[in-house]
Write a protein that binds this ligand. Structure first.
Ligand code: CTP
Length: 403
């Protein structure tokens, strides 16, 4: 993002305080940042904080009431490489959708020469309201890029969808935006649809307990990120993780159990060119989920487990001639032998192997050490790398692969 000019527009929601962190992240990445605010937003975060962190004056009013100096919204429009409105309240969203311009931020939006990205933030009922949806759709139709609100705890105390994406997620989305602009001409996966599964699955024992595993989801999210950077349209189906990712070409479906992951995959697979199954799916689930919380007693407790569907095997069985399928194998012994049999049994084109025998490889860390075995029996081994570098290797392998 070095040298990129990012104009941040802040509207009056509680999430405005988080923009201080966003400014710091963007500045650390080498971007130039200017902030403009609606008058209401200065009740939530002081312009002084944003001016200090961005190292630029903050625009709020059309003119300075003391000096009469005019703040030219057209100049902001000419200066910026991207305009990011975060948080975007329901009120400002409605005004942007209708072309109203009763403050500097809105007038700047109407004068923008560069693309606009929005990160809405509001209470769950407001976010779900038909008028909000209508306004969002209008902005999307106008070519605005959306960083969807996330589900979580809201300032009202309610829990649901409406929370502004975290500053790290917004920064990543801005970075993606620039990356995809830079390489628009030679994107290797442009027009390709790729399904990625990621993270663990949680299999409920009762309303408060589950069987899960330590998968962080980092491998799958990093793969999705690399695919997006190469121009692919990505369907990411993820089990419970703390991770977020936003991009105009990305849809994230969040599920909990293996059964839910299977249903999500089944509804999308036939439409895909490539499938990369990196999720750590629980092989078993409790036969029945107790309706009430299980109380402890004097006796031992036995939970009967039944087999979960093998999602990757389902995709392999239902694979069309022109679809490419990639599986993962985490093995502790007989790595090559087990992976070869998995490759054939699940009708894969390639399998990414990692072993817990390798220090730094596997599940929950930030690094991984992989080998790729393809159906032509070609085995390629890679060094220990960060998961995002590993994701680059996997995506590069895919791009150069001939069926
Ligand atoms: N996988 C899946 N659905 C399952 C289990 C696994 O989609 N119910 C996928 C994983 O995402 C991964 C691959 O299958 O891509 C390998 O998973 P693994 O559990 O190692 O394979 P299994 O065939 O279950 O073999 P084993 O448990 O004996 O190692």
């Amino acid at each position: 993002m070095h040298g990129k000019r990012i104009l941040l527009g802040i509207t009056g929601g509680i999430a405005a305080y988080k923009i201080a962190f966003l400014v710091r992240i963007l500045k650390k990445k080498g971007a130039e940042v200017k902030c403009i605010m609606t008058p209401a937003s200065s009740d939530f975060i002081s312009p002084l904080v944003l001016a200090t962190l961005s190292e630029n004056p903050v625009g709020i009013e059309f003119w300075d009431k003391k000096t009469g100096v005019w703040t030219n919204h057209v100049d902001y429009g000419l200066w910026a490489d991207v305009f990011v409105v975060a948080p975007l309240t329901a009120n400002s969203l409605a005004k942007m959708a209708t072309g109203s311009c009763d403050n500097l931020l809105l007038a700047t939006y109407l004068s923008m020469k560069c693309p606009t990205i929005i990160a809405p933030a509001m209470d769950l009922d407001m976010y779900a309201h038909p008028s909000t949806k209508r306004n969002l759709n209008q902005l999307l139709a106008d070519g605005v890029h959306l960083i969807p609100a996330e589900a979580g705890e809201l300032a009202s105390g309610l829990v649901g969808e409406g929370r502004m994406a975290e500053p790290e997620t917004i920064a990543a989305a801005i970075e993606h935006f620039f990356l995809s602009q830079n390489s628009k001409a030679n994107l290797s996966l442009k027009g390709k649809k790729v399904l990625v599964t990621a993270g663990p699955t949680y299999e409920s024992i009762d309303p408060v307990r589950f069987i899960g595993n330590h998968s962080s989801g980092k491998m799958g999210f990093s793969i999705a990120e690399q695919l997006l950077a190469e121009g692919a349209e990505v369907e990411l189906i993820s089990g419970p993780t703390k991770l977020g990712l936003a991009h105009p070409n990305l849809t994230i479906t969040r599920i909990n159990s293996a059964q839910e992951m299977l249903e999500a995959v089944q509804s999308k697979w036939s439409d895909m060119n490539i499938g990369i199954f990196s999720a750590a799916v629980a092989d078993y689930r409790p036969m029945e989920m107790a309706v009430q919380k299980i109380k402890k007693s004097e006796n031992e407790l036995t939970i009967e487990l039944v087999k979960n569907p093998d999602i990757l095997a389902w995709a392999g069985t239902n694979k069309a001639e022109n679809q490419l399928l990639v599986g993962f194998a985490l093995e502790t012994n007989n790595v090559l032998e087990n992976a070869t049999s998995k490759l054939k049994r699940k009708n894969l084109d390639m399998i990414v192997m990692n072993t817990l025998e390798d220090k730094g490889a596997g599940f929950s860390g930030d690094t991984n050490k992989i080998s790729i075995l393809d159906i032509h029996n070609k085995l390629t081994s890679f060094e220990l790398k960060s998961k995002s570098e590993v994701a680059k290797d996997i995506v590069a392998y895919l791009i150069n692969y001939h069926k």
